[in-house]
Design a protein around this ligand. Structure first.
Ligand SMILES: Nc1nc2c(ncn2[C@@H]2O[C@H](COP(=O)(O)OP(=O)(O)O)[C@@H](O)[C@H]2O)c(=O)[nH]1
Ligand SMILES: [Mg+2]
Length: 207
C-alpha cells in the first residue's frame, strides 16, 4: 500500500485494520505542533529531526521587523519564521509524525488555532533566558486540553535550572513532562518527541 495522502485526516484507529500489528498497512500520520517563544529553537528542532528536507519559511529579518520582534539576547538571530516549519519523522512502522513549527511572534497568534486543529500533541520549547515567553504557549495547549511536554532548550550562555525549578516557575502541572533538550541534537530532539507521543497515548481515554 502506498503512503497515506497528506491530508493528515485523523483515521479511526490502528486497531481497525485487518492485521493487529499494523503490518502491511500504511503508517498512521500523527500531527504534532512545535511551539514556544520567538527564538526558542523551534525551527532548529524541526530541522534536526526531520527525515525530509524541512520546509521552512525562514526569512531574513529586515529592518521592518526591527522594533517589532524582540531580539534581546538573540543578537545572532538573523532569520525569522514568518509562517511555519514543516518536517516529518517516522518513529515506527505504524507511526509517522508530522511536525508543524508554530511562528513565535505575538502577531501570528491567529494562526495557532488552525495549527492546533487535529494535533495529537505539542512540544513547548522554552528558552531559560526568556522564561516568560513560555507562558502563552503553555496556557494555549492547557486550555484546549491538548497533551504537551515542556522541553527546555538549554542555550550555552543560559543559567542552568533544575527541571523542578522550572516546573514551579512556569506553573506546569505535575502530569506534564518537563525535559531537558538540545534542539540541535537529533537524538535529544527525537527523545523529546517520543516523550510527547507517550504522553499523548496516556491521555487517550481507555474505554
Ligand atoms: N546554543 C544553542 N543554540 C540554539 C539551540 N537551539 C537553537 N539555537 C540557536 O538559536 C537560534 C534561534 O533558533 P530558532 O530555531 O531559529 O528559533 P525559533 O524562532 O524558535 O524557530 C538559532 O540561531 C539557533 O541556531 C540550542 O539548543 N543551543
Ligand atoms: Mg523559527
Amino acid at each position: 500500500m502506498g503512503f497515506p495522502d497528506s491530508s493528515l485526516v485523523e483515521r479511526p484507529s490502528a486497531a481497525g485494520g485487518s492485521t493487529p500489528d499494523g503490518e502491511g498497512q500504511a503508517p498512521i500520520p500523527v500531527k504534532l505542533v512545535i511551539a514556544g517563544g520567538f527564538g526558542a529553537g523551534k525551527t532548529t528542532l524541526v530541522g534536526a529531526v526531520s527525515e525530509i528536507p524541512p520546509l521552512t519559511t525562514e526569512e531574513e529579518m529586515t529592518v521592518v521587523s526591527e522594533g517589532v520582534d524582540d531580539l534581546t539576547g538573540l543578537e545572532r538571530k538573523t532569520t525569522t519564521t514568518v509562517a511555519l516549519d514543516f518536517g516529518r519523522i517516522t518513529i515506527s512502522e505504524q507511526i509517522v509524525l508530522y511536525l508543524f513549527g508554530a511562528p513565535g511572534q505575538d502577531r501570528f497568534w491567529p494562526l495557532w488555532n488552525d495549527l492546533a486543529l487535529g494535533a495529537a500533541g505539542a512540544v513547548v520549547l522554552v528558552d531559560t533566558r526568556k522564561l516568560e515567553d513560555g507562558f502563552a504557549s503553555i496556557d494555549f495547549f492547557e486550555r484546549r486540553d491538548i497533551p504537551f511536554v515542556v522541553a527546555v532548550n538549554v542555550f550555552d550562555d543560559a543559567y542552568h535550572y533544575e527541571p523542578e525549578e522550572l516546573r514551579e516557575a512556569l506553573t506546569i502541572p505535575p502530569e506534564v513532562p518537563v525535559v531537558m533538550c538540545d534542539a540541535r541534537e537529533r537524538e535529544r530532539a527525537k527523545e523529546t518527541l517520543l516523550t510527547l507521543v507517550r504522553r499523548a497515548i496516556e491521555k487517550i481515554p481507555s474505554t
